[in-house]
Design a protein around this ligand. Sequence first.
Ligand code: URA
Ligand code: CA
Length: 431
Amino acid sequence: MVDIITKKRDGHALTPEEINFFINGYVTGAIPDYQASALTMAIYFRDMSDQEIATLTEAMVHSGDTVDLSGIRGVKVDKHSTGGVGDTTTLVLAPLVAAAGVPVAKMTGRGLGFTGGTIDKLESIPGFHVTLTPEQFIRSVNEDQIAVIGQSSELVPADKKLYALRDVTGSVESIPLIASSIMSKKIAAGADAIVLEVTTGAGAFMKDEEGAVRLAETMVRIGRHVGRTTAAVITDMSQPLGRAVGNALEVKEAIETLRGAGPDDLKELVLTLGSLMVCAAGKMTDPGAAREQLESLLNDGRALEKFRQFVANQGGDPNVIDHPDSLPAARFQIELPAEHSGYITELAADQIGLAAMQLGAGRATKDDRIDPAAGIVLHKKVGDPVKQGESLLTIHSNRQDVTEVTAQLKRSIRFGSRSVRPKLIHGTITE
Ligand code: URA
Ligand code: CA
């Protein structure tokens, strides 16, 4: 291990044998944390070649169980986002592409911090659960093209250990380590093809666009190396996506979007990612034509029907689709009036995410309980004109005192004299 550390420290590429030795030894406990942290720091400074990153990813995949989805007919396409605030995408995208015939076999987790997990959002629907047996999961996908199951704790143990180590040793922000971490989990979960949403901006993991592009390119190249078609879309996460931030609030937003309405940015992102997924699944070849088909599935109600079927299959009350008001609602709804007239120039996604978390919409530690009703609904987005006194957003809270949250939200909003709208989609990277 000392030789491997000094070799990387001096800027040389590691062989597959060396990378496998490290991952196996670290997972079994033969290699101590202090040597692993020296190596991750050396990787942080010296980077890795495509070959090394692909080998590292595969070694991580094989550090634990892998999911066998071969019992599901068709090309299984998974989507992953590097995270955001109010990111309602999966709730709309999954039933939409399922309605287009793409098998959606999703394994997903709970949220930590201000990025809410898809399961937390779905569980705000009364009765909804993700505790399916593997057989039920596979049967549902074969029959109805869609099912969601909770994450198995046995997947990619190397990532769990390495991520916890990086988190406390200053080596999280390393592109080869992030890329192998994300891709190993998607591959272990059984995806044949992967569509990535790499977010950039205040609410994202990669704050600047250049880093987001490099991360996206690295992950697409890993996909090619390991034989899984991978595409990535670089998206703006400087402000929250859509208008709703919070679990039941986002389910309501998803239902509106599945009805063909909903916020423009959410709809645009869903259509962009969805058309890549439909093409990756081999259902269509032209992304433009795929997009048109997805739009018609939103407009003619078939996507919404797929969502209804999915909710009912997993024990949820399908009545929420026609009566979203039966979702959990907060006791207090408090408006935040604009202090100035002008244009909104900033709605800092990370600050708004923290405010939603303080209301109970997210978890500060992994044992915290979520309040499904809590959250924020934005009435204005960046670039919109506002008049002094007009409501900027509604706070949904089960606690009457929202003084701190209001102060936090005020700090997240800036006004100016010009309307500038951030570009939502910065680009698409394919093989
Ligand atoms: N998300 C991950 O899953 N892994 C990383 O290393 C960083 C973000
Ligand atoms: Ca949203």
